[in-house]
Design a protein around this ligand. Structure first.
Ligand code: ATP
Ligand code: MG
Length: 585
């Protein structure tokens, strides 16, 4: 697969790393007619070249690459050619500001066009891009920029004044700040993007980065603890486009909407790089989730492939089918979900209410791309994450006292989900945490930290995070199973389950439940739900306690923070909550 030069240089660069060759050979066999990488004409590999520049000699050059829809419904269109020129301009700004290749460029922006132009322009210039979620507070921004040794920040004037200016002098690596909206005036080291872009070079050529050069630094969601800075290299692009082709069924004729923010890896791998590599038209919505708006956009923009997350799907379910019925969603042909376990209820709801089922898929910031998926071409098993993509070897490892040990071959046995290292988008390290990186490998496997099972057909079933596993009277209980059972009740909108210490059982299962509109959080409903769960799960696994909440604590990438529910239950310190979003009791 891919350009022979790329393979060669990747192999050389990877002499001391896990063997990637086998993986490429498998890609060759699995996808001989699949999307090919081009590589730079004079050697080297650059993500931006694959996403944009190489299309200039193809009919796709003048096709719509990005349609951006502002919060106030203003629409701006960018063709592949226009994006290529704008990213060249941005790329040329960086050396002009004294930033060499490899410099770390951060963005602190909402889903505005400048974010996408900067991401691709940074890669084009051979620099490293890190998008930060714009709703972060000053401290999470500062600490991530410090860890990442940020040299340039792209943001808005108001975000700069509120969240960066107060501590800017404490970060000596930060050479410059560019603001996208207006004139920073006499602010030292601050530049106006529009001015810089005007003087910039629209023909700046892509820098010939090598496959193993660092391209992206992404912070994890912080669901289980302090977010880690994950390193990805230009080589990852090979897997980005292949996996989108396989697992998201993306074809050049598609109109594609990935709802993730580029502050999280999904929003970069599948919200910027992969769709552009594959020449599709991408919709970007600046606004946050809103049921009616989302249905309206799906209809108006004739979205064909849609990639979203369980938290949004559950909100659509909560709003009920009547709203959906006001919209024509007949263009939708493929929908997929990632980020959290997708309850079987939600997959079926997709089929009955949207007329297409959700395809769940599993991956992590560390894997850089989708590892396990319910493919377009295979049967979906609702509640399962699906099967490994071609070239990906996934297994379940048994646990003993000293950690993971053997591969479990018996179907439906719980163990740690592990992957054979070697696919192109695999992370190359946790920044400044070499030991932690090393600890995530054992016996030749990458350890995901998630517990799962595999059935006799090869499908993987998520059980829970290793940290979230509940041990009750000798039973090991995964929160997902309990949550999915409760989700089947008509009153339940969302559930988070934890293990609460108990002198007799060790732990008991406690569920935090939010309700759909029209249901009253009273004792009667509590009893009904306890009985309902007992009937579904049996007394050993069912929750012993249920409490109602208006909202569950979630990360900004939409993941339920069970560790926070637990810390509060136990009266322990809350730990790192820099990514915490909704949190109404
Ligand atoms: P941190 O590593 O900082 O605790 P995080 O693991 O949530 O945060 P991400 O890399 O954004 O950060 O998320 C990857 C994790 O999300 C996976 O390890 C898994 O626990 C969960 N996940 C992703 N997709 C799925 C899925 N389809 N089903 C179940 N869980 C999923
Ligand atoms: Mg993680």
């Amino acid at each position: 697969m891919g350009h022979p030069l790329i393979k060669k240089s990747a192999k050389a660069a990877l002499a001391n790393l896990p063997d990637y060759r086998q993986c490429y050979d498998e890609f060759d066999r699995a996808c001989p007619s699949g999307p090919q990488l081009t590589g730079l004409p004079d050697g080297g590999l650059n993500m931006c070249f694959e996403a944009l520049d190489r299309h200039l000699n193809r009919p796709v050059a003048d096709k719509l690459a990005i349609r951006w829809i502002s919060k106030h419904d203003q629409v701006t269109d960018y063709s592949y050619r226009a994006l290529c020129q704008l990213t060249s301009r941005f790329a040329s700004i960086l050396p002009a500001l004294g930033l060499p290749t490899g410099a770390r460029i951060f963005s602190l922006l909402g889903r505005q066009p400048e974010l996408y132009i900067a991401a691709l322009g940074t890669l084009k210039a051979g620099c490293v891009f890190t998008p930060l979620f714009s709703a972060f507070g000053p401290e999470p921004i500062r600490s991530r920029m410090e860890i990442g040794e940020a040299q340039l920040l792209l943001t808005t004037l108001s975000l700069y004044r509120k969240k960066v200016k107060p501590w800017r002098n404490t970060l000596p690596s930060l050479k410059a700040v560019i603001v996208i909206d207006g004139d920073p005036g006499s602010e030292p080291g601050c530049y106006c993007l529009a001015e810089l872009m005007q003087q910039a070079n629209p023909d700046f050529p892509c820098v010939a980065t090598q496959p193993e050069d660092m391209a992206l630094l992404h912070f994890t969601s912080g669901t289980t603890g302090k977010p880690k800075g994950v390193i990805h290299v230009h080589q990852a692009v090979e897997y980005h486009q292949l996996s989108a082709y396989w697992a998201l069924d993306l074809k050049p004729s598609d109109i594609y909407w990935c709802t993730a923010d580029p502050g999280w890896v999904t929003g970069t791998s599948y919200g910027i790089i992969a769709p552009l590599c594959l020449g599709v038209t991408m919709i970007i919505d600046e606004a946050e989730f809103d049921t009616e708006r989302w249905y309206r956009l799906l209809q108006q923009q004739q979205v064909t492939v849609w990639y979203t997350a369980p938290t949004a799907i559950r909100m659509l379910m909560k709003a009920g089918p009547d709203i959906r019925n006001q919209y024509d969603l007949s263009a939708l042909r493929f929908i997929a979900s990632v980020g959290e376990p997708l309850n079987p209820e939600a997959v079926i709801w997709g089929q009955t209410v949207l007329s297409v089922p959700f395809h769940d898929n599993w991956w992590q910031t560390e894997t850089g791309g989708i590892m396990i998926a319910n493919f377009a071409s295979q049967d979906i098993k609702p509640g399962s994450m699906g099967r490994p993509l071609p070239g990906i070897e996934a297994v379940i490892l048994s646990q003993n006292e000293s950690g993971p040990s053997e591969v479990i071959t018996t179907p439906m046995q719980v163990g740690e989900l592990a992957l054979r290292p070697g696919w192109p988008s695999m992370f190359r390290g946790y920044l400044h945490q070499e030991e932690k990186y090393q600890r995530s490998f054992a016996h030749g496997w990458y350890l995901s930290g998630d517990l799962a099972m595999q059935d006799e057909d090869g499908y993987f079933w998520f059980v829970g995070r290793k940290d979230d596993l509940i041990k009750s009277s000798g039973h090991l209980i995964g929160p997902f199973e309990v949550e999915s059972a409760l989700m089947e009740h008509e009153a339940v909108a969302e559930v988070g389950v934890i293990g609460k210490p108990d002198p007799v059982a060790g732990e008991i299962v406690k569920a935090f439940v939010t309700l759909k509109p029209g249901f009253t959080p009273d004792e009667a409903l509590q009893k009904t739900l306890l009985g309902f769960a007992r009937q579904r799960l049996g007394a050993a696994v069912a929750p012993k306690e249920i409490v109602f909440r208006r909202n569950l604590p979630k990360t900004r990438s939409g993941k339920i923070m069970r560790r926070l529910l637990k810390a509060r239950e136990l009266g322990l310190p809350e730990g790192d909550i820099s990514t915490l979003e909704s949190d109404e009791q």
